[in-house]
Design a protein around this ligand. Structure first.
Ligand code: ADP
Length: 322
């Protein structure tokens, strides 16, 4: 193999830059030419290539977002689109492609791998942390720490006014962010898509905790929960308890910012492992981390399995919120 490409796709995550840097530097070290594909699969189809050497990725390890930019590309979901992409890669002499993103990105990569000789390898980078087979995806640690900082601040004001705060965090399909942030932020309750929430029971719990002397509460709500919009949940609780409720939606705040040390280290480790993998027959895999060790998970395993939430951790909120 002479030349590889690298792209970032789907939702951006802090640490993507650190990962591109590691991919580029380890590839160059192994004697490969590296091409950066701008704007994910969209940039591949419109041939937005930039040659990357060691210096091109200097001074980016600390930056959030992705300097290659990202996109959501519908065309790559069609076989004609992928055919076009493969032809472009072949014309450019790009034999391997490192894709940094989440499940959607890997779905595209798996399809390209199946339909061509291009060697694809995936690196999980998504603040949602919902990629099967890896304990952590790049960006998750930064996102939860950002949300946690916000919750700590909200707690100060919640306490000053005896209020119940509903803090909405990201997670359309999963409660990974909500769970970790809820535990670390000392939340009274965590509302997530994976578990049914009974609002009446929530009201009873809150009432009891106020009886025990609690003056304020924080409830962490994942945006994709089953109960409804965070604002509606808050209104319901306000009506039932005649208590002062407030809502704070953290939104895109959680995506930005400098990556934490943990995310930079993970990104660096997985970037190097991706190059080792693509050179040693691990194409068609996602490179992840399990119990601190690098693992290679076949695309189909990643795509066919759902990552499970730590239910013990979820149960522990009942004890901790007392
Ligand atoms: P993430 O990679 O973070 O899960 P998305 O779900 O938005 O983000 O997916 C990113 C991109 O991956 C999509 O915009 C599309 O270009 C590509 N993609 C997603 N699903 C498929 C699919 N089924 N087939 C081919 N490409 C896909």
């Amino acid at each position: 193999m002479q030349k590889i490409g690298v792209l970032t796709s789907g939702g951006d995550a802090p640490g993507m830059n650190a990962c591109i840097r590691a991919v580029v530097r380890s590839a160059v070290q192994r004697g490969l030419d590296v091409v950066g594909v701008r704007r994910g699969y969209s940039g591949l189809l419109s041939e937005e290539f930039v040659k990357l050497n060691r210096r091109a990725v200097a001074n980016i390890i600390q930056r959030g977002g992705t300097f290659l930019e990202s996109s959501r590309c519908e065309e790559i979901k069609t076989s004609e689109g992928r055919k076009k992409g493969v032809q472009i890669l072949q014309r450019e002499g790009i034999e391997g492609l490192v894709v940094i993103g989440g499940d959607g990105t890997f779905r595209g990569a798996a399809a390209i791998a199946e339909e061509s000789q291009i060697k694809l390898i995936g690196i999980p980078a998504t603040i949602d942390n919902d990629v099967y087979g890896t304990d952590y995806a790049i960006g998750f640690d930064t996102a939860i720490n950002t949300a946690l900082e916000a919750i700590d601040r909200i707690r100060d004001t919640a306490d000053a006014f005896d209020r119940i705060f509903f803090v909405e965090v990201m997670g359309r399909l999963s409660g990974f962010i909500a769970l970790e942030v809820g535990i670390a932020g000392g939340a009274e309750e965590i509302i997530i898509p994976e578990r049914e929430t009974d609002l009446e029971e929530l009201c009873r719990t809150l009432k009891q905790s106020f009886k025990r002397g609690k003056r304020s509460s924080i409830i962490v709500v994942a945006e994709g929960n089953e109960v409804g919009h965070t604002m509606q949940i808050a209104q319901y609780v306000e009506y039932r308890l005649k208590a002062s409720c407030r809502v704070c939606i953290l939104g895109h705040l959680q995506r930005g910012g400098a990556p934490t040390a943990r995310d930079r280290v993970l990104a660096s480790k997985l970037g190097i492992a991706a190059i080792e993998g693509i050179l040693n027959g691990k194409e068609g895999h996602v490179v992840g981390e399990k119990r601190g060790e690098v693992v290679y998970i076949p695309f189909h395993d990643v795509l066919e399995n759902k990552k499970e939430l730590d239910t013990d951790l979820l149960e522990s909120t009942k004890v901790l919120a007392m």
